[in-house]
Design a protein around this ligand. Sequence first.
Ligand code: C5P
Length: 241
Amino acid sequence: MTTAAVLTAAGSGTRLGHRLPKGLVELAGVPLVVRAARGLERAGCLSAVVVTVPPHEVAGFRALFVGGRVPGTRLPAVVVPGGATRQASVAAGVAALDDDVDVVLVHDAARCLTPSELVRRVEAAVREGHRAVVPALPVSDTVKQVGAPDASGAEPVRATLDRAVLRAVQTPQGFDRELLEAAHAAGASRAGDETLAATDDAGLVEALGETVWVVPGHERAMKITTPRDLALARLLLDEPA
Ligand code: C5P
């Protein structure tokens, strides 16, 4: 049995201020999706990567994964059309996995600087028997829950959450394949609507009533969403990992 990854790259580049899909945006000359796939390969624990991409951009992404491999490596890579939401994209990726895959890592292409050690930590925790594993960091800001805004747009605070028990969750998230498939099947009715869809896969597992386990995350597993994040990623490239 083997471990494979679903690499989600079907998002748009709108918040990055790009017309290109985010996965094709370059960081120091290398598209984010290629950097993320190479990072997964370096972990050394994967048999394949399934990359979910915008349906109208399949050809452009396949051109990057020449010969069905992660560029510069021997790791097989399959490019499949994603869906309207991240949840739908992951479901499409899981459906394309080979039969011998029993552990799945779901990773955002936008977290393209994720260290290999973090990928291995998540995979090892699943292999040790934790069927759903997420990497996460402590929260340094005080986080407040708010209600609906008034006419001016100001929002009333409803609660101050205890930050000692809060974690900011990253990817890759690791799952026993059967559990991940069951979670997506149970949540399938939410997948088509961005306001209802799960923003991570662990949320679907939680909805099944199964325990999700947290392992330490890493600052370099940050998600590139805005132009500022891209600038920060450029700085991190110059820093020893
Ligand atoms: O939009 P957000 O930054 O939360 O997206 C997280 C990840 O999910 C990104 O890597 C993005 O490419 C991916 N995604 C996807 N399919 C969508 C929307 C987002 O694969 N429909």
